[in-house]
Write a protein that binds this ligand. Structure first.
Ligand SMILES: Nc1nc2c(ncn2[C@@H]2O[C@H](COP(=O)(O)OP(=O)(O)OP(=O)(O)O)[C@@H](O)[C@H]2O)c(=O)[nH]1
Ligand SMILES: [Zn+2]
Length: 336
């Protein structure tokens, strides 16, 4: 571990025009030479990183300072990346994130916590009974997902205990894809919705999220308290998310198989704070509704009962469905 490996990007750029007299890897051990991996879990300052076909453990290099490294991050890693027991690589760079899902512990908490990077779909796991569905919580998670630019998918579990009709009526008008599962359910459709994507699974504890993840990924062993292979220190911390690869699904490519995608499982939550989300960012997630706000009075909050809201006018003209407006207003309320 020489300081050569800690050169800044500026140094690397400065050296770029130099004629190479030695093999590139020896000549420039800069970050662009470092291997790129994906952070699959975080445990007490140790990062488990998937590099090509193998996993390795790494710490954050000192020069990253307070830069956060979270599950889903694509990172450049130097040092011993063999993944062999007792080895430790160093994360020297975090690539720019395409998306960040954030959450605050509650609405008064000023500290927003980025929880997952680079996902493209948010799967809200909700039980139809036991525990009963809480639409307030679904709305809040939807708001966070729209704010982060993730496509929502509402996954209703325990369909053996209650029917999904009421929730379907509330969420389909928002354009939210809904999947229903129960023990022994055929997961083909859900697998197709997950294929080729990185999906964050979020839900209240007890909804059956671990059961679902285990059904999708038979070797995931979620909730069994697997011993951490790296530290040997007992079970994975339940405060961190973990990225798990889905098995390939039948597809139409030459090999007849398609990337099954990734599940990023997050610990069960009791609440979903939104202090970081503004009303504007909720509205921005619904371009068709936003277009109808042209006739609103200045500073209109679009809430139920406010005078001269263009959204009410759009419903009156038949240009917007009442169900969709009501669903949208619940989200606006949830975001406040
Ligand atoms: N009837 C019924 N029970 C289910 C179903 N899915 C899960 N359960 C049960 O619900 C309970 C909670 O399931 P888990 O998978 O541990 O729930 P979880 O969402 O992972 O909960 P946390 O670990 O607290 O986050 C268990 O007793 C499961 O057996 C289902 O589809 N139908
Ligand atoms: Zn309005």
């Amino acid at each position: 571990m020489t300081s050569r490996q800690f050169r800044t990007d500026e140094n690397a750029a400065f050296e770029r025009p130099r004629r190479r007299t030695r093999p590139r890897t020896k000549d420039r051990p800069s970050y662009s030479e470092a291997e790129v991996g994906v952070v699959i879990t975080v445990d007490r300052g140790r990062f488990r990183v998937l590099l090509g076909g193998h996993e390795t453990t790494a710490t954050k290099a000192r020069q990253l300072g307070r830069t956060g490294v979270i599950v889903g991050d694509r990172v450049r890693i130097v040092g011993d990346t063999s993944g062999e027991e007792g080895t430790l690589g160093r994360i020297v760079e975090v690539e720019e994130r395409t998306t960040v899902l954030r959450r605050t512990a509650d609405d008064d908490d000023p500290y927003e916590r980025p929880i997952v990077a680079n996902a493209d779909q948010l799967v809200i796991v909700t039980a139809l009974a036991d525990p009963p569905p809480r639409t307030g919580m679904i709305d809040r998670i939807l708001v966070a997902g729209f704010d982060a630019g993730l496509d929502p998918l509402l996954c209703l579990t325990k369909a053996d205990l209650a029917g999904p009709e009421e929730l379907l009526a509330q969420y389909e008008p928002l354009g939210v894809l809904v999947q229903t599962v129960q023990p022994g359910a055929d997961l083909t459709e859900l697998r197709a919705a997950l294929a080729g994507r990185t999906s964050v699974f979020v839900g209240h504890s007890g909804v059956g999220k671990s059961t679902l993840v285990n059904a999708l990924i038979p070797d995931a062993h979620r909730g069994i308290g697997a011993v951490n292979e790296v530290t040997g220190r007992g079970r994975h911390t339940s405060s961190s998310a973990i990225a798990l690869r889905l098995p390939p699904v039948a597809g139409s490519d030459a090999r007849g198989a398609e990337d099954g995608g990734w599940v990023i499982d997050t610990p069960g939550v009791r609440s979903f704070g939104l202090s970081h989300v503004t009303r504007e960012s909720i509205i921005a997630a619904f371009p068709d509704l936003q277009a109808q706000t042209a006739g609103c009075s200045r500073g209109c909050t679009h809430e139920t009962g406010v005078p001269e809201c263009g959204l009410d006018a759009a419903v009156a003209r038949g240009e917007l469905s009442r169900a969709r407006l009501e669903s949208f207003r619940r989200m606006i309320d949830a975001g406040q």
